[in-house]
Design a protein around this ligand. Structure first.
Ligand code: 5GP
Length: 143
C-alpha cells in the first residue's frame, strides 16, 4: 500500500508524536484513542492507528484488524461510561466525504435516544469537560 499524499505534519501525526496534547483514553503498540476536541456528542472519541495512511483508501489492510479491535473496545467502553443507548461509528475518506484530518481515524460516538448529533467539526469543548469524559472512558476500559 502507498503512503503517497500522507502529510507527516497533520494534526493527528503531531498528537501521535506527542507534539501537541490530547486527552488519551487508550494506547497499545498499534493504536491510540483520544477525545475529539469538537465532539458531535457526549464522549465522542477518535480511534487512530499509529501506522501512517491518509485514510482507509491507502491504508495497509493489516491496519484494520488491530484498529477495529480497539474500535469495538472503545465502543463498548463509551456505551458503559455514559450509559448510552447506542454507538455511532463513522469514518470519512477525502474532502468530498467530510474528511478534514488526513490520517486514518474512526469516530466512536455514544448515542442517546432522541438526541441528534451536533455538526461535524463544530464547537470546541472545554478541556476540563474532555478531561472528565476521558477519565470516565478510561475507568470503563479498565473495568
Ligand atoms: P474527520 O473530519 O477528518 O473525519 O475528523 C477529524 C476530527 O478531528 C473532527 O471530528 C475534529 O473535531 C477532530 N479534531 C480536529 N482537530 C483536532 C485536534 O487538534 N485534536 C483532537 N483531539 N481532535 C481534533
Amino acid at each position: 500500500m502507498t503512503e503517497v499524499n500522507y502529510d507527516t505534519g497533520n494534526i493527528f501525526a503531531k498528537i501521535l508524536r506527542g507534539e501537541i496534547p490530547s486527552h488519551r483514553v487508550y494506547e497499545d503498540k498499534a493504536v491510540v484513542a483520544f477525545m475529539d476536541v469538537m465532539p458531535q456528542g457526549l464522549g465522542h472519541t477518535l480511534v487512530v492507528p499509529k501506522a501512517p495512511s491518509r485514510n482507509l483508501l491507502d491504508a495497509n489492510p493489516s491496519t484494520f484488524g488491530p484498529l477495529f479491535a480497539v474500535v469495538q473496545k472503545v465502543a463498548q467502553a463509551v456505551k458503559r461510561a455514559f450509559d448510552a443507548d447506542g454507538v455511532t461509528i463513522m469514518q470519512f475518506n477525502e474532502p468530498a466525504s467530510g474528511q478534514t484530518v488526513y490520517h486514518l481515524h474512526v469516530h466512536v460516538i455514544p448515542r442517546f435516544d432522541g438526541i441528534p448529533l451536533k455538526p461535524h467539526t463544530g464547537a470546541m469543548e472545554k478541556p476540563e469537560v474532555l478531561a472528565r469524559n476521558a477519565e470516565k472512558i478510561r475507568a470503563a476500559l479498565a473495568a
